[in-house]
Design a protein around this ligand. Structure first.
Ligand code: FE2
Ligand code: FE2
Length: 198
């Protein structure tokens, strides 16, 4: 059995020594202690980071930005934490396979471009969070989660809090990615493969 759940989750968080940590933790503790949410430790986000760790950072940074930009700190902290709470994994994880294969059921299905993860997971997460945290349902949280991939969503977030979550997500994703050289090499290999196959 994969051992992922920690009831002392506070001790596990890399941001626990940051200023305002206690205020942020007080808002999101319920979510962090939820078993389904802790399974995101077994979902890969990009490269070497879990969805859990990525979401904690986005949430904390969105919360800090909300203070600076005079937005709602609670909405930003919650939407930041749940913005990638989609139901199925988009990258393979051995631990997730051991825990429950059904989380990997979307992996090998070929989809048209606009049905792929980047375009759909915001909407999926905006539905999934209500399933597990119905008492948190709020139109600003739903909108921020559903549109966090803007501009891929075409429609921008409707509220200030959604714009903050989108920026916090992009800044963290940029920080987590390897160098632009590695990315351009990966893209180059894909283009080469494509050209060789036509
Ligand atoms: Fe996302
Ligand atoms: Fe994200």
């Amino acid at each position: 059995m994969v051992n992922f759940y920690n009831k002392n989750i506070k001790e596990e968080l890399s941001i626990k020594y940051q200023v305002f940590f206690d205020e942020w933790y007080g808002i999101v503790e319920d979510i962090l202690l939820n078993e389904e949410f802790q399974k995101r430790k077994l979902f890969w986000h990009h490269y070497n980071m879990s969805v859990f760790d990525h979401s904690v950072k986005v949430s904390y940074h969105a919360f800090i930005m909300a203070k600076y930009f005079n937005a709602n700190v609670r909405i930003c902290a919650i939407a930041g934490l749940l913005h990638d709470f989609y139901p199925k994994a988009w990258l393979y994880s051995k631990e997730l396979e051991e825990l429950d294969k059904s989380y990997l059921s979307e992996l090998n299905t070929k989809k048209p471009l606009f049905k792929r993860h980047g375009f759909t997971h915001g909407k999926e997460a905006s539905i999934n969070y209500v399933k597990f945290f119905p008492y948190l349902e709020d139109k600003r949280i739903t909108d921020a989660i559903a549109k966090h991939m803007f501009p891929l969503t075409i429609k921008p977030p409707r509220y200030k809090e959604g714009i903050i979550v989108t920026y916090a997500d992009k800044l963290n994703s940029l920080h987590e990615l390897p160098s632009l050289k590695v990315i351009s090499n990966k893209v180059g290999v894909k283009i080469k493969k494509f050209l060789l196959n036509i």
